[in-house]
Design a protein. Structure first.
Length: 678
């Protein structure tokens, strides 16, 4: 580590005289001109950390972030329902962006807290991070809010929160503003039949800027929660003046006895299936101590054609990035098919892998487990190591029973899966993939997340680096028109590689397969599956290198796609500049300085965030800046006929097999480099 980095913060030691008493070092001046001593160490108490850095708790301050506040409160109500204490949840959106969520559960305790005797348990829960009834497992067997910060974070980021608790035949009320109680806990009446918790709040514009709760988004949230737990009824109500979408009702009662199966049927519509849907629910295997470990519900549709999908949830929390429960699900289906093939003496079943199976299904998986561990506070990925084994054990047995109970359907499914596996194994050459055909079923590379629209001219595919960036892009995309294909790291440099290496490279094979137009003698532009091919890499040197490698591939192997105007470069920003509710994005250092001067007042306190990469960029930012056609900037990659020789020479110099040509280019142009930001 370079000690020079700390020279300004480390006092120099002076030699001491013999017998001299030691003295504390003199305070050091920091970069801002103040003294850096003990008085400069700030201790944030209560909910102040949440207001200072909301992104650490809810992922940002955009529209998705303040809608996440609604999810946190609704999740708490759902925990009461899943625990068997509530049957009904009321969600009401009023004018002025006020949201009320009320359940008929036990109600938050209002008696004095044994540790904080001057405060009620209600106030402790709403004003203290990591305070709640979900840690010990005594109040909730399973829950989604195990971090203990949900309600308190919402309180911290709400301009005003009004809480009513009905329990023990009394109604209690307390009001908070920006995380601080502004009234005492008051008993406001008696009740004979009412019980549960009601929270009414509006997000703080000081944190989020302009607030606009989306009725459509909240309604879909309520609908998905009702699907996830068939024992709950969610009553949705919205001020009619706020509804702009004809498909969103002002009032609705959401109750789905069929659970996930109802949800999957609704999502698939009239899609052609190979067999009837397989769905069910089961308890997970008991633990070593004989205690319950949880339960699960699933619904699986085997597709004749169309885009495969797997949506998963843990304790009613969506996990869009998957996790260990999805790993157990995949293993159960794969081993089930292989076992059925062995039972039917079909040796070809041994060649089947998980991608062959998952590429042929649309599925939903919901698990309820004790003490789940998530990746990050936004809980997008389950990391509980034991979940994989529990899900696989519980599901595999039931899947094998279902196959044995439907032998004709099982044989048909196995034949379809084996066909997928054998086609995968036959790909010795880069092959094309038609979008849809009356005679061939759809075949897509495993990591491609396809769009749903069939008209190629209206669709686009984003080529991104790695699964992390792919996860962000999948959340930010328009599912109807935008597809995402993650590529692993830096692809092969085709300008210096042999034909054998090119044809053996799986990343490039997947890319050509996804495009569908073939390569070389097999190329047919009419079979291209997307109107735009967008290279979307990080806004740094490595990202530029990956983009160069991809452009080289298209230039050498698919030049007609460039000539016909199909290839583009996305322009993700490097910086986000935020002050209050104002957010501006900057492409590079120069653009950052220019926008700081032109968009903010002098000496204004502007929060400058540097995106480490697309995988670290919140999906909301990625969508707004880079993927949404209404706001983004795309650069079209073109080759001019008059510059054909120059272009060919430049590609050969920079990307070809002769390193001396690159060295010569560097020597000739080194003097023109002013700043290399690494």
């Amino acid at each position: 580590m370079n000690d020079d980095l700390f020279s300004a913060a480390r006092p120099k030691r002076e030699p001491r005289g013999r017998g001299a008493a030691s003295a504390p070092p003199a305070p050091v001046r920091n970069d801002a001109g103040g003294e850096y001593d003990a008085s400069a160490i700030e201790v944030l108490e209560g909910l102040e950390p949440v207001r200072r850095r909301p992104g650490m708790y809810i992922g940002g301050t955009d529209e998705g972030a303040y809608h996440h506040l609604a999810s946190e409160i609704l999740d708490n109500a759902m925990d009461e329902a899943v625990a068997g204490h509530a049957t009904t949840i009321d969600v009401t959106l009023e004018a002025g962006d006020w949201l009320t969520i009320r359940d008929n559960g036990r109600g938050i305790p209002v008696d004095p807290h044994p540790k904080f005797k001057d405060r009620s348990a209600l106030e402790v829960i709403l004003t203290t991070l990591h305070a709640g009834g979900k840690f010990s497992g005594k109040a909730y067997a399973t829950s989604g809010g195990l971090h203990g910060v949900g309600s308190s974070v919402v309180n911290a980021l709400a301009a005003r929160m009004e809480v009513e608790v009905a329990r023990d035949r009394a109604v209690w009320r307390q009001v908070y503003e920006r995380g601080h109680p502004v009234t005492m806990l008051e008993k406001v009446g008696a009740t004979q039949n009412r019980r549960g918790t009601q929270i009414r709040f509006t997000p703080d514009p000081q944190i989020f800027g302009r607030i606009h709760f989306s009725p459509a988004r909240l309604y879909r949230l309520c609908r998905s929660k009702a699907y996830l737990f068939r024992g709950v009824t969610i009553r949705w109500s919205c001020d009619p003046a706020l509804v702009r979408d004809a498909d969103i009702p002002a009032e609705a009662v959401l109750h789905f006895p069929g659970g996930l199966a109802d949800s999957l049927r609704d999502e698939l519509g009239n899609a052609a299936l190979l067999t009837e849907m397989w769905s069910g629910e089961a308890d997970l295997p008991v633990g070593p101590d004989g205690a319950d470990t949880g339960r699960m519900e699933w619904a699986v549709a085997f597709l004749e054609s169309g885009s495969a999908s797997l949506s998963s949830y843990c304790n009613t929390i969506p996990t869009p990035q998957g996790g260990t429960h999805e790993a157990g699900f995949r293993a159960a289906l794969l081993k089930g098919f292989r076992a059925w093939g062995e039972q039917r003496s079909n040796k070809r079943a041994a060649a089947v892998n998980a991608d062959d199976v998952l590429g042929a299904i649309a599925a939903k998986l919901s698990v309820f487990i004790r003490d789940p561990q998530f990746q990050g506070q936004t809980k997008e990925k389950l990391t509980s190591s034991e979940a994989s084994r529990l899900i696989e054990t519980a599901l595999r047995d039931r899947f094998e029973q279902w196959l044995a109970g439907h032998p004709a359907q099982a044989d048909n499914l196995l034949a379809f899966i084996i066909e997928r596996a054998e086609e995968r194994l036959r790909r010795k050459d880069l092959k094309d993939t038609p979008r849809k055909s009356a005679t061939r079923r759809l075949r897509l590379p495993g990591k491609l997340t396809d769009c749903t629209r069939e008209n190629a001219a209206e669709t686009e595919i984003f080529l991104v680096e790695g699964d992390s960036a792919g996860g962000s892009a999948k959340q930010a995309r328009n599912r109807e028109t935008q597809a995402v294909l993650p590529l692993r790291g830096k692809i092969l440099n085709v300008a210096s590689a042999s034909t054998e290496k090119l044809r053996a490279n799986q990343e490039l094979r997947d890319l050509v397969e996804a495009l569908g137009c073939g390569i070389g003698e097999r190329f047919d532009a009419t079979r291209l599956r997307y109107g735009r091919i967008v290279i979307m890499t990080d806004a740094d040197v490595d990202g530029a290198h990956i983009a160069s490698l991809l452009m080289t591939f298209f230039y050498r192997e698919l030049p007609d796609l460039i000539r016909q105007g199909h290839l583009y470069l996305a322009q993700p920003p490097l910086y986000r500049l935020t002050q209050g509710g104002k957010t501006i994005y900057a492409m590079d250092d120069t653009d950052r300085e220019r926008k700081l001067k032109s968009n903010f007042k002098p000496n204004a306190k502007v929060e400058v965030s540097r995106f480490k990469g697309l995988g670290e960029m919140p999906p909301g930012d990625l969508k707004q800046t880079t993927m949404d056609p209404r706001h983004r900037t795309l650069l079209k990659v073109v080759t001019r006929p008059e510059d054909r020789a120059l272009t060919s020479d430049r590609v050969e110099h920079l990307m070809g097999r002769r390193p001396e040509l690159r060295f010569q280019f560097i020597q000739e142009h080194a003097q023109t480099v002013e700043d290399l930001d690494v």
